[in-house]
Design a protein around this ligand. Structure first.
Ligand code: UFG
Length: 330
């Protein structure tokens, strides 16, 4: 398959590009490099530096490259920012996705894979999270993902388009061999921050709250390796052959880890201390979020290969240790 990976120079998109190659597909990257990194694109992969809302250009690319499937990873992800500047998130994550879908219709491409988030289920959901739970996001960011999920449902019904939606829990880790990895700016995610402390790039870190109703008082999250996520997306391709298919999958390992467990694992893997202070709770954090991924496991035969926190952190550590400044391009 010829696959247009929109946001293919970002964290999850770039890992998906490599997994597409492993699976024998041809990835073509479209990215405006606002968040993405050119250095993450493998040599020999066609790269179009363009905005997903540049419709004439996108239509041309879809036709010229004979694209079969579009995978869409290009989104703003900072929850806090989405509350301060919701229109920035609605514009990028919703309006531009609508533009992309319109371009696909114009070019006659009707298979779509969408990168969503478990955050669409909101804080009232009790883990483990299933696909049957209602959409109740509590941030503008989460709402943008939920909105696109609903838009896609109508598009599949109306236009015979087919779509697979993947809701990630905590995407983490890096490609084996430390070639590509996670480089956000600003960095807000737990694992890279703990690694930056281990590397001496930060003096210490902050644990946001230690009196949650969890075994050690810190938040529980479901950390899932980015290559495992990518493989699930590709496993859904045959199901997109069915006209009007509308598929939603939660992707996590189902085994949560606490913030303190992550810090300890980073200390173990790196062999270095990760000092921290306890700080007030972060707005919008739920005590516990982990997946029921039975649907992905049964329908897609998806088996996460990284099933321990240590194995995930080892790959993240390999990337950060060999790329202390990430891609060093911002
Ligand atoms: N945390 C700390 N200190 C830090 C950073 C994080 O204690 O310096 C804690 C958080 O409070 C949370 C846990 O570590 O309890 C994980 O936080 P992350 O920011 O790494 O991840 P989140 O679970 O908040 O959110 C991530 C993505 C979102 C996405 C969500 C669900 O950042 O974009 O997963 O998919 F929506």
């Amino acid at each position: 398959m010829n696959v247009l990976v929109v946001g293919g120079a970002g964290y999850i998109g770039s890992h998906c590009v490599r997994q597409l190659q492993v699976a024998g597909h041809t990835p073509i990257v479209l990215d405006n490099l606002v968040k993405g990194h050119k250095g993450s694109i493998p040599e020999g992969v066609t790269f179009h530096e363009a905005d997903l809302a540049d419709s004439p250009k996108v239509v041309q690319i879809l036709k010229d490259e004979a694209i079969d499937i579009v995978m869409h990873f290009a989104a703003f992800i900072e929850v806090g920012e989405s509350m301060q500047d919701p229109l920035k998130h609605y514009d990028n994550n919703v309006a531009k996705t609508v533009s992309l879908l319109k371009s696909m219709r114009e070019a006659g491409v009707n298979k779509f894979v969408f990168s969503s988030s478990c955050t669409v289920l909101g804080e009232e959901a009790e883990p483990p999270f299933t696909e049957a739970m209602p959409l109740r996001p509590i941030s503008a960011y989460g709402q943008t993902k939920a909105d696109v999920e609903v838009i896609l449902e109508y598009c599949c019904k109306a236009y015979g388009m087919s779509a697979a939606i993947f809701r990630y829990f905590n995407a983490s880790g890096a490609a084996e061999g430390g070639v590509i990895g996670e480089d956000h700016s600003p960095e807000t995610h737990l694992i890279p921050i703990a690694i930056q402390v281990a590397l001496g790039q930060r003096e210490k870190m902050y644990v946001f709250g230690d009196d949650y109703p969890t075994p050690d008082g810190t938040c529980l999250r479901d950390y899932v390796h980015v290559d495992d996520l990518s493989r699930a997306h590709i496993a859904a391709f045959p199901r997109l052959e069915e006209e009007g298919a509308y598929l939603r999958y939660n992707l996590g390992t189902g085994t949560p880890a606490s913030v303190l467990e992550i810090i300890k694992a980073v200390e173990e893997v790196s062999g270095r201390p990760v000092p921290y202070d306890v700080a007030p709770k972060r707005d919008g954090d739920v005590p516990s979020a982990y997946a029921d991924s039975v649907k992905a496991k049964t329908e897609l035969n998806w088996v996460p290969q990284y099933d321990t926190i240590k194995s995930i952190i080892e790959t993240a550590w390999a990337w950060h240790e060999s790329h202390p400044n990430g891609y060093d391009d911002k």
